[in-house]
Design a binder for this molecule. Sequence first.
Ligand SMILES: [Zn+2]
Length: 307
Amino acid sequence: MPELPEVETMRRGLAAVAGARIVAVEFPRSHVRPLSIRPGPAVLARRLEGRTIADVLRRGKRVVLELTGAAGRDEPHWLAIEPRMTGLMLVADPPSPEHVRLVLRLAPASRRGPRVVRFWDRRGLGTIRLHDRAAFEAACGPARLGPDGLAVGGDDLASRLSASRRAVKVALLDQRVVAGIGNIYAAEILFRVGIDPRTPCRRLPLGAWARLAAAMRHVLAEAVRLEGSSIDDETYRTADNRLGRFQHEHRVYGRADEPCTACGTPIVRLVQAQRATFFCPSCQARGGSARTNSRGRLGRERSLRVR
Ligand SMILES: [Zn+2]
């Protein structure tokens, strides 16, 4: 979970902290699974205190606070937080006190700016990293992350995948191919462009890549507009602790055995690379030759024909 739309929603919800100075850093005591934090909490706190948040960025599925040098004395740093499964970045009160992992107390730039940012993570699989410029480049630069899913082009996908034997759905989860896609949005994007998730990349016709990239940008932008997907136990919340709304637009994800919204065929669930995949066997043709078939507010995808 948190994928590009959820993390982008967190980033936007945190944007008002830009300009604030970090005055205190706390790691609340907890009996739950400890988080992966580097450097360790004591060193991290010392390096963060006194720095100003210059900007709030996103790199793939990470929220990144760009930090100026402490008192202008040293180099900028980047605090990269990856929510992974159940992490949340919050400016509102947390869903529960026991899973708050990091608290940044702030001197805001304006009177209305947030005075606290929390990272909350129930399962504790998230990561917190403080990077200097070289480490940030290594962890979040082009060697590790492909083009962002909101801006990816057909040529980006074709150049990375058109010769690949990998199943297209599995390939889309590779962050070096395209940054930000996870299990939910891979399924929803492939449904909207009418491609069977098992299709080997090299079997897709060349024209499919531009249509796939267009569907990707469109689905992700729509999901950002609706502030992401709160599914199952509704762990995912916006930075001000509200539910996202894109789960109501899901056509295949989590809908095994329910009728396809376009054709009525039961949605199929299968496992690819240890992850669940959902698709419509009627609308999504092997080799990507099916006509795109979707309804409703994402109906513009109808014009995205494969081949
Ligand atoms: Zn269908």
